[in-house]
Design a protein around this ligand. Structure first.
Ligand code: PEP
Ligand code: MG
Length: 764
């Protein structure tokens, strides 16, 4: 069924990519769905907000003459009920059901089974999708699941059609290459992920280009229109490619994001508007895109409907892809342009990169990342580590100094970036790159998960992951399970909440493919992790706003679905449930109540789930440390999140690149905190103390963390190799002494000197 769904999604995307407008696309889509799902009728109804009624928008199987004519009020008939109550209706013999309403003009009397699925986008229902058959049998559960999975695509189609329909009603020099001469130079940054990378530069244009570009004109409309055609084709090809990638490579990603972009790139209103700018105003293709974007942005902002208004981000994204494509065509200056981002090795250069930007990229071919903004603990940096992509952050002013296709080398160890190096230097780096790759492989072949200090005390090394695809790395680097599964990424890349089934599927895959137990951290939204479907209204200081466990407890429906999916997936392996941003005992108690209720529900309905889970917390908010003596009684484990713990203890924004040099985990005050946590846990040997913040990936910190009594380390899988080399070189007693000396030191320089001396004594 998964394969079938994938195929259907692909077919839908192909149709969207080649249709002339949304209405045509929709009529083809319903035909494909009816055939693919082997049903007699597939129809889509759109909600008309002005009348609060549902109108038949497209159908395969009902009379075509009914399109645009059949209309029902919200709540009227089974379709209206599905819409109003936002529920799936799946019945045999619908005419016998209460509330059934017959529409003669559709010719539907011969259909004896009926299913209706609400089309929800960003929390709002925009229409209904129905299936009908002549057999008098309810639809099988699998078809219901496929229908639900298709719903976001269909909702996208409706929303796009609606937006551009609204807009259509209300609206009506020679090319200059921007290429600079190739220059060779070296820049410095902060390495978010070590390692070497060599590739061609791909400038991921900052979104503000649409706001900043100034007036540009051309002198040859014909030529400019040809460029536009090429750029449009390239942008569509890239979008389709991204969608395929998302579907096949990162199971968490959702193809519907790209569907809506394709729809925009196909929309006649948009295309005509750009063409008019080129021919009538003599604007360059790029400036025409910018003008149309600015004009449409105003219209988006003025829309009454919030769901439609929020599509501005997609519109912007699609226009950015068009600009990027135009840039590539111009700078390459070749007629047959072939960049798709899916072959070759690319280093992404961006002013600022968001996690969703990165996930959207064809990651197989991204070998490095360079950002002007963002720190090494930013989420994109964490993702780069997760994907094992060398990344340099905080390289100020780099975007304006490089061209697409220039050669770049990242030396993550020396935190250096080399642009267009001379051939001798390039050769040396290629040698280093090859050596690093073979060293990696050699270590992974011999890796065994167990690792002990010199005196036989076991330190467990686990992996931090955000995506299913990362479970591939666990065995390779000898990880004994997953110590931090950041579940938020599967929410961050959607603009609606993933269903229980979607979450269940993803969690099941992670649990089944992991090498040991899985610590699932509950959705950690808010603050720097903006999750569109649960975005809270404006807060002056989101870092201290509704986030983490507070947000989960405030949204019991969301939490309930999330927990059901986790508990059900827990039947496939050992799971540990970890609560983010805990600051008080009462937050855990409130959560516990809901957890108990969810378990009771599952038991009452005889739904299989894993009851043998452990419950633990993140230690990342300072107040929790002072509550720990009580909290420890009601939890099974805790994991220290040094990224947030440092940020909130020292009042330093973890995302700010200005603060990167100051994220000083070796500050004696911070070490004293770790030592205090360790002492509380030493009275409770049955409770596990773990760490999963970035500090644990720094080999210099290893003896101090062992000395603090932390016995479970979790980090990006690839970095385990380095830490494994340090652990056996120290005894537990030596680590404790070192921590005591460090805590008593005057400053972090002294601490680092102590550690370095101990490393050189051991020839590390
Ligand atoms: C932390 O805060 O240290 C942590 C591991 O969580 P995240 O980086 O996901 O906020
Ligand atoms: Mg955190």
């Amino acid at each position: 069924m998964a394969e079938k769904l994938l195929q259907l999604l692909r077919n839908i995307s192909e149709v969207i990519a080649h249709a002339d407008d949304n209405a045509v696309a929709l009529s083809r889509v319903v035909r494909i769905l009816a055939q693919g799902l082997e049903v007699d009728v597939c129809s889509v109804y759109e909600h008309d907000m002005t009348k609060d009624s549902l109108v038949l928008l497209a159908t395969h199987g009902l009379k075509a003459s009914a399109i645009g004519k059949v209309e029902m009020r919200s709540g009227e008939g089974l379709t209206g009920k599905c819409f109003k109550d936002n529920i799936v209706i799946n019945v045999a013999n619908p005419s016998r059901k209460p509330g059934y309403k017959y529409f003669k003009s559709t010719g539907e009397e011969r259909f004896k089974s009926f299913m209706a699925i609400p089309l929800v986008m960003a929390g709002s229902c925009v229409g209904v999708f129905t299936l009908q058959r002549t057999v008098a049998e309810k639809f099988h559960d699998q078809i219901v699941d496929v229908g639900r999975s298709l719903a976001p695509q269909l909702a996208n189609l409706i929303i796009n059609a609606e937006i551009f329909k609204t807009f259509a009603k209300s609206s009506p020099e020679k090319l200059v290459s921007k290429n600079r001469a190739k220059q060779s130079f070296v820049m410095h940054g902060s390495a978010a992920n070590s390692g070497f990378a060599k590739g061609q530069i791909f400038k991921y244009l900052a979104n503000n280009r649409l706001d900043e570009m100034e007036h540009e004109i051309h002198s040859d409309s014909g030529q400019e229109l040809i460029f536009f055609d090429h750029a449009l084709q390239l942008a569509r090809a890239n979008t389709l490619e991204l969608e395929y990638k998302a579907l096949s490579m990162i199971s968490e990603a959702d193809a519907s994001i790209f569907n809506s972009h394709l729809l925009i790139l196909e929309d006649k209103t948009v295309i005509d508007a750009i063409k008019r700018e080129i021919t009538d105003e003599h604007h360059t293709l790029e400036f025409s895109v910018v003008v149309v974007y600015r004009r449409f942005r105003k219209k988006f902002i003025s829309l009454d409907n919030q769901v439609l208004r929020e599509r501005l981000a997609d519109f912007k994204d699609a226009m950015m892809r068009l600009l990027e494509s135009a840039g590539f065509i111009r700078e390459k200056r070749q007629d047959e342009f072939s960049f798709t981002g899916t072959s070759g090795s690319w280093i992404i250069f961006a002013s600022e990169l968001l996690p969703s930007d990165l996930i959207r990229m064809p990651l197989d071919n991204v070998v490095g990342i360079v950002c002007e903004k963002g720190g090494v603990t930013s989420h994109v940096a964490i993702l780069a580590k997760a994907f094992s992509i060398p990344a340099l952050m905080g390289v100020k002013g780099i975007i304006d100094r490089v061209n697409n296709y220039d050669t770049a080398i990242i030396d993550g160890y020396a935190e250096k970036l080399l642009i267009n190096p001379d051939s001798e230097i390039e050769k040396e780096f290629v040698k280093l790159l090859e050596a690093a790759e073979s060293e990696d492989a050699a270590i992974s072949e011999n890796a065994s998960p167990q690792i002990f200090t010199a005196d036989g005390y076991e330190i467990v090394c686990k992996a931090n992951i955000s995506l299913i695809s990362e479970t591939n790395l666990l065995k390779k680097y000898g990880a004994s399970g997953i110590g931090l599964y950041r579940t938020e990424f599967l929410f961050m890349i959607r603009d609606y909440l993933p269903s229980e089934e979607t979450q269940f599927d993803i969690f099941t895959k992670v649990i089944r493919t992991s090498n040991g137990d899985v610590t699932l951290r509950l959705l950690d939204a808010g603050g720097d992790k903006q999750v569109v479907p649960v975005a809270v209204s404006h807060e002056d200081n989101p870092a201290l706003g509704l986030r983490g466990i507070r947000l989960l407890n405030a949204y019991p429906d969301l939490l309930r679905t999330h927990l059901r999916a986790i508990l059900r997936a827990g039947q496939f392996g050992k799971i540990k449930i970890m609560l983010p941003m805990i600051s008080t005992l009462s937050e855990i108690e409130q959560f516990r109540k809901l957890l108990n209720k969810v378990e009771q529900e599952l038991q009452a309905k005889k739904i299989v789930y894993g009851s043998d889970y452990e419950l633990g917390i993140m230690i990342e908010v300072p107040s929790v440390i002072f509550n720990l003596p009580k909290i420890i009684q009601i939890i099974d484990f805790a994991s220290i999140g040094t990224n947030d713990l440092f940020q909130f203890t020292f009042a330093r924004d973890r995302e700010s690149d200005d603060n990167q040099q100051n994220m000083d985990y070796f500050d004696p005050a911070f070490l004293r905190i770790l030592s205090k946590i360790g002492r509380i846990f030493s009275d409770h040997p049955d409770k596990e103390l773990a760490i999963c913040g970035e500090m644990v990936s720094n080999p210099l910190a290893t003896p101090l963390l062992i000395g603090a009594g932390i016995h479970s380390f979790s980090m990006p899988a690839k970095l385990i190799t380095d830490i494994r080399k340090i652990i056996p070189a120290f005894s537990l007693a030596e680590c404790k002494t070192m921590l005591n000396n460090a805590v008593d030191s005057v400053d972090s320089n002294k601490v680092i000197a102590i550690i370095k001396q101990s490393f050189s004594d051991r020839k590390l």
